[in-house]
Design a protein around this ligand. Structure first.
Ligand SMILES: [Fe+2]
Length: 138
């Protein structure tokens, strides 16, 4: 089972974004721990519900920050966030359509680890760099 460790390599340089990313990573690791104990099925619904609420709120905060600083990739970031929310909807639909929630939990854990790691490395770090430069210039 992959453990998604937060490392300084994931830092965006923006404290509030990093703090929110750590919270998201904690939720993903909680699901990983439950899977490890063979209890993914009882945890997955809560993980999806939490992410629907928390990730959406976090994305809004990050998007406002990117827009305020006129980040060149603000729109790309917004689109990626939209795709993530669709991925959560798909997981919810999977949970309604199958009784094998343990398998959905495994798939979800894998998708969430990959999505967040890739998104933070490819997009959020660029936003962080831009915001940090703006702050230094003001
Ligand atoms: Fe983002």
């Amino acid at each position: 089972m992959k453990r998604f460790e937060w490392t300084p390599a994931l830092s965006t340089g923006v404290a509030f974004i990093d703090a929110q990313h750590k919270e998201l990573i904690r939720a993903i690791n909680d699901l990983g721990d439950d899977l490890q104990r063979g209890q993914g099925a009882s945890a997955i619904q809560q993980t999806v519900s939490f992410l629907k609420y928390y990730a959406e709120w976090h994305f809004g905060q990050e998007e406002d920050c990117a827009a305020k600083h006129q980040c060149p990739i603000a729109e790309t970031n917004k689109q990626a966030h939209g795709q993530f929310m669709k991925m959560l909807d798909k997981l919810s639909a999977d949970l309604r359509q199958t009784s094998d929630h343990e398998s959905v939990a495994k798939e979800a854990h894998h998708l969430l680890c990959d999505w967040f790691e890739g998104h933070i490395m490819k997009i959020d770090k660029q936003i962080g760099d831009h915001v940090t430069k703006c702050a230094a210039a003001s």
